[in-house]
Design a protein around this ligand. Structure first.
Ligand code: FEO
Length: 393
């Protein structure tokens, strides 16, 4: 248990060893499942629980803190990494009520089989006094599920926004002490979890402007004691602005697509464009997702396999489409041996991108002079498009 402010403590779990979230998302620096204990003069509240894999840590922390009775468990989010230990905590503290919004209540009943009579539901803006500690509940939907909301501790000016502003980062530091490291982890988290909900994020950021916030205590990663650092980062990531960058995920079987990618990368660099190239059979998809946060353009490189795209390229296209980045332009480069519909199939996988498709460049076998000329033209077109946007230095 670690103190954030008087009678406000962190009682969650740090997982230094976990390396994959949802069997999908790489966690190069582990994560934490943050749970907070607030002691008022009359009542005690626990804010969120932890992933079931770490329930014993939370139970042990509550025991060490001498918590014999819990009055409220605030459940900000129904996803299991925060609510999965709820039933265990309720059985240990049978008098506790789960405080949440009506949508989250329904989800907790359906997903975790929590009994209906365990709940108190709260409306947007409602407050709950613990005695000298007033909890104000603020609906922040779609960060990143429909039911998400935050608690604002009025006296201490601390916002507890659950996943919003979080970072998959295991650290023994309670507070952010290395902003560069936290920026990387928070951006990775934003890219993988929050990016598809950019519009709602902007609405939620505007809603929070009315609050005086001295700390942000999310459900993953360290506590922000300089909240503008993470709020400004979110404003930038969720803005409409794109950067003079091309993301180039590719895979190559016999070297033809690799040669094209190398040529295009050089051509873009010569034009002053930043290129972020990712070899897809070995890629960290978190890095790819992070690159998509800012880039104006994505170009996917793929050979043709069984008349379609290489499965690694199809995976990258599927992921990019699901993450809905603000990318303005897209294209495809690649190769084939005897025929196929690689371009058509990849293009059809990108309907969410709302990007203008630039003329693909496809070669039969190893790229020849005319193919390299076509890649030069593609680089010219990307440069011209970026210039139109006013993002070329
Ligand atoms: Fe950290 Fe959406 O759960």
């Amino acid at each position: 248990m670690r103190q954030i402010k008087t009678n406000v403590h962190a009682v969650g779990a740090i997982d230094f060893d976990v390396r994959l979230f949802d069997r999908l998302i790489p966690l190069p620096d582990g994560t934490s499942y943050n749970s907070y204990l607030i002691n008022g003069s009359e009542k005690i509240a626990l804010l969120d629980t932890v992933d079931p894999a770490k329930r014993e840590v939370l139970i042990d922390n509550l025991s060490k803190a001498g918590v014999n009775k819990l009055d409220y468990i605030i459940a900000h989010h129904a996803e299991q990494d925060h609510s999965g230990s709820l039933a265990d905590i309720l059985s240990l503290y049978p008098d506790a009520k789960v405080v949440t919004n009506p949508k989250c209540k329904t989800m907790l009943i359906e997903l975790l089989d929590i009994q209906d009579d365990k709940f108190i539901t709260v409306e947007d803006g409602e407050t709950l006094s613990l005695g000298g500690k007033s909890l104000q509940f603020i609906y922040l939907p779609w960060v990143h599920w429909p039911e998400t909301f935050a608690t604002y501790l009025q006296e201490d000016k601390i916002l507890f926004p659950c996943d919003f502003f979080g970072a998959h980062l295991a650290t023994s530091s309670l507070f952010v002490d290395d902003e560069a490291t936290v920026y990387e982890s928070a951006k990775r988290y934003y890219a993988e979890i929050m990016m598809p909900f950019r519009r709602q994020i902007n609405t939620n950021l505007a809603k929070l402007e009315t609050l005086e916030i001295e700390m942000i205590a999310p459900s993953h990663g360290p506590v922000h004691n300089r909240p503008n650092f993470i709020v400004d980062a979110y404003r930038d990531w969720a803005s409409v602005t794109v950067k003079n960058e091309v993301v180039l995920p590719y895979v190559s079987m016999h070297g033809s697509t690799a040669k094209m990618v190398s040529f295009l990368t050089d051509a873009l660099i010569e034009r002053g464009i930043t290129v972020k190239q990712f070899e897809l059979s070995t890629v960290d998809i978190g890095k790819l997702a992070m690159a998509l946060v800012d880039a104006a353009t994505i170009v996917i490189g793929s050979p043709t396999v069984l008349i379609g795209p290489h499965p690694c390229a199809a995976y990258a296209a599927f992921l990019a489409n699901a993450l809905r980045p603000k990318t303005k332009f897209a294209s495809i480069i690649g190769s084939f041996g005897w025929g196929g519909k690689m371009v058509e199939q990849l293009t059809a996988m990108l309907p969410n991108l709302k990007a203008e498709i630039l003329e693909p460049v496809i070669t039969k076998g190893f790229p020849k002079d005319n193919d390299l000329l076509a890649l030069d033209r593609l680089a010219d077109e990307i440069f011209a498009k970026h210039k139109e946007l006013g993002i070329v230095n």
